[in-house]
Design a binder for this molecule. Sequence first.
Ligand SMILES: [Zn+2]
Length: 321
Amino acid sequence: MKEEDVLKIVDFHCDVLSKIQLDRNLNFKSDNGLDVNLERMEQGGVLLQCFAIFLSERLGPPGIEHIMEQLDLYQERIAAVGIELVRNTADLDRVVASGERAGMLSIEGADGLEGDLFYLRLCYERGVRFLGITWNNANWAADGVMEPRNGGFTRKGLELVQTCHELGIILDVSHLSQKGFWELVELSESAKRPFIASHSNAYHICPHARNLQDEQIRAIIESGGRIGVTFVPWFVNDSSVVHSEDLLPHIDHICQLGGEKHIMFGSDFDGIDTHIDDLRHAGDYCRWVETLLKYYPEELVNGWLSGNALEFLRKWIPQGK
Ligand SMILES: [Zn+2]
């Protein structure tokens, strides 16, 4: 395999937009206050970065204006320095062929959509292609994983799922409650549309509520979905210093469950203030590639870094001419 093939990394989750919304002085080009910036994407070989729209509690009650503001910030700060938005398969093919860096947009938590499906359509028109239904708490659509009552979807939430399926927005179960997860499995089955967990690890290896139980991992694999192994230290293990090699048991475990073609990465960079000690920002992907190649065949590593994600996207984002 050639070097340029290895350094085509797809990362399925970062919170840069939320950080810039709170601090307009942050410069996406090279500001070291950002784990993901242009310089670091180039350094780490990140080809395609998924940018989440997460609304901080510091903004006050979540509203559509906050989502629109982050969409504007994407255009003004990120697309403006050359990270063009991928909306369909034609855009994706262009990116892969040219090797030019690109971005995709997801919403992390439907809170800011205010229960209004017109707002969802508006976001779709502006390029949003993924929706994480909840963050940790309950919202109008469903309960998050930290909500003690463990509720599933509301009536409105079921409509949200249906509309996403109609539009071609891919659903993301990271942060969703157990009950919500299993309800979504059924809905996805009948719609014949798979779903992803953009940033979650294996509960069997690290028993944190945000990680996926074995049955959940199997269900995602069965749906044809993808799991973004994440670099959040406390989802890796409970030691005070976490190393990148501590991620390997998570990868091995998902493989044992049959998921080697379903693994990708969702770093959660800029969504965390503590890092894996040798995976601190997008530039460290270089080193991470070397570590993976020490332990696994190139073909598998290449799949995890980009192949599995790209194959999924080609199939499930809107077809473009
Ligand atoms: Zn998250």
